[in-house]
Design a protein around this ligand. Structure first.
Ligand SMILES: CC(C)[C@H](C(=O)O)[C@@H](O)C(=O)O
Ligand code: SF4
Length: 419
């Protein structure tokens, strides 16, 4: 039989399962790392015990942290934290607790996900670790209970959609505009259960933060994973975070793809996802002038130093509009420190923003920063579903940090190329 080419996803599953597997095969695959946070962790732990679990499969492979409801914003949240701290202590799991920031950012920063690994998290944006060449996917708390006990999980090896991206971004246009435009094009269910691969010269020239933004939002088109083939950028990023021995991991040219799409970013303009769907994407010019009550710059999608630096560059020495609330939340302690040391936190505070310590913040309306009925928020995060950031009668617009900063200066949705 001819040896057929394979996709990255097929290669990862073949290596980890110890035999050649193909898209469509159902396999029980070993798990290299499993992440739980303060919202979904308690149910996963409960399931683990209900399944008769006593010791987790490998405490070193379990990543625990709190980010959605920190500092505890209710007695229930405090109780969840207590339960998880107790579990970590009993099981010998290192608990990052509330010290480090948003789960996905922290997993990558701590080098807990890398090329060729199968990583799961009980959170839908776990696909972000694909930026580091992992096959990473979000799973439910019940599946996570199973993983904690057995260190393995059933998967149907996904087919792959390859997105080849070429061209150079224009000023104030970047990865967030690209991923919004791709999602607008393919639709919220356009990549359902597919591994989405990001390839091409634009990706090769992109640093890790941008790659994270792309992989993070793979789930917003239904993707099971969002993978960037590891290259020197990946290995350089991982070098200071874990032991690395670079190796080749890319799809073969004769691999079978479910679909191959090409994009050119040369003429890409700033994009905005308008209420209430992530795939309802328009050019910023179409919604420019829309009144806003709040701007949120942060989240696992766009809360990194590079995003905050872009926002600060747009801001310059101006102030934010006094007619709206501006919330800035770095995605992690590291990102916070970089931003602080660059003097940008001072600039944001001076300009009128409220800067919070690393956490999910208003991203999913779980804790603070909620919007009221009839209010509109523009957010650098990844979801704008009805009620996502508070009132179901509110509206959430998604955009880049540059568009967010420009809009925060004027108080209305604003093209960042024009301020
Ligand atoms: C709370 C958690 C389960 C949820 C997710 O899975 O994504 C959240 O992080 C989100 O972004 O909606
Ligand atoms: S920042 Fe938002 S998208 Fe990311 S994990 Fe937190 S709630 Fe989910």
């Amino acid at each position: 039989m001819n040896a057929m080419g394979a996709t990255i996803a097929e290669k990862i599953f073949s290596t980890r399962c110890g035999r050649p597997v193909h898209a469509g095969d159902v396999v029980m695959a070993p798990i290299d790392a499993a992440m739980i946070h303060d919202i979904t962790g308690p149910l996963a732990i409960q399931t683990f015990y209900q399944m008769g679990g006593t010791r987790v499969f490998d405490p070193k492979k379990v990543i625990m942290l709190f980010d959605h409801q920190i500092p505890a914003d209710s007695i229930a949240a405090a109780g969840n934290h207590q339960l998880m701290r107790k579990f970590a202590a009993e099981q010998g799991i290192h608990n990052y607790d509330l010290h480090e920031g948003v789960c996905h950012q922290v997993v990558l920063e701590k080098g807990r996900a890398g090329p060729g690994e199968i990583v799961v998290g009980s959170d839908s944006h776990t696909c972000m670790y694909g930026a580091a060449g992992a096959f990473a996917t979000g799973i439910g708390s019940t599946d996570m209970g199973f993983v904690l006990k057995f260190g393995a999980l059933y998967f149907r090896v996904p087919e792959t959609i390859r997105m080849t991206i070429d061209g150079a971004f224009q000023r104030r246009v970047g990865p967030k505009d690209l991923i919004l435009s791709i999602i607008g094009d393919i639709g919220a269910d356009g990549a359902t259960y597919k591994a989405v691969e990001f390839a091409g010269s634009t990706i090769r020239g992109m640093e890790m933060p941008g790659r994270m933004t792309l992989s993070n939002m793979a789930i917003e088109m239904g993707g099971k994973a969002g993978i960037v083939p590891p290259d020197q950028v990946t290995w350089d990023y991982l070098k200071s975070r874990r032991q690395v021995t670079p190796f080749e991991l890319d799809s073969d040219e004769d691999a079978t793809f479910a679909d191959q799409r090409r994009y050119d970013v040369t003429n890409l303009v700033p994009k905005v996802a308008v209420p209430h769907n992530v795939d309802h994407v328009v050019d910023v010019t179409e919604v420019a002038g829309t009144h806003l009550d709040q701007v949120f710059i942060g989240s696992c999608t766009n809360g990194r130093f590079e995003d905050l630096a872009e926002a600060a560059a747009v801001l310059g020495d101006r102030n934010f509009s006094e007619d709206l609330r501006v919330l800035v939340i770095p995605a992690s302690r590291d990102e916070y420190l970089k931003t602080l040391r660059a003097g940008l936190i001072e600039r944001f505070v001076e300009a009128g923003a409220m800067v919070e310590a690393p956490c999910c913040g208003p991203c999913m309306g779980g804790s603070f920063g909620l919007i009221g009925p009839g209010e509109a928020s523009l957010s650098t995060s990844n979801r704008n579903f009805r009620g996502r950031q508070g009132s179901a009668e509110g509206s959430v617009y998604l955009a880049s940090a540059a568009t967010a900063a420009a809009s925060a200066i004027t108080g209305v949705i604003t093209d960042p190329r024009e301020v």
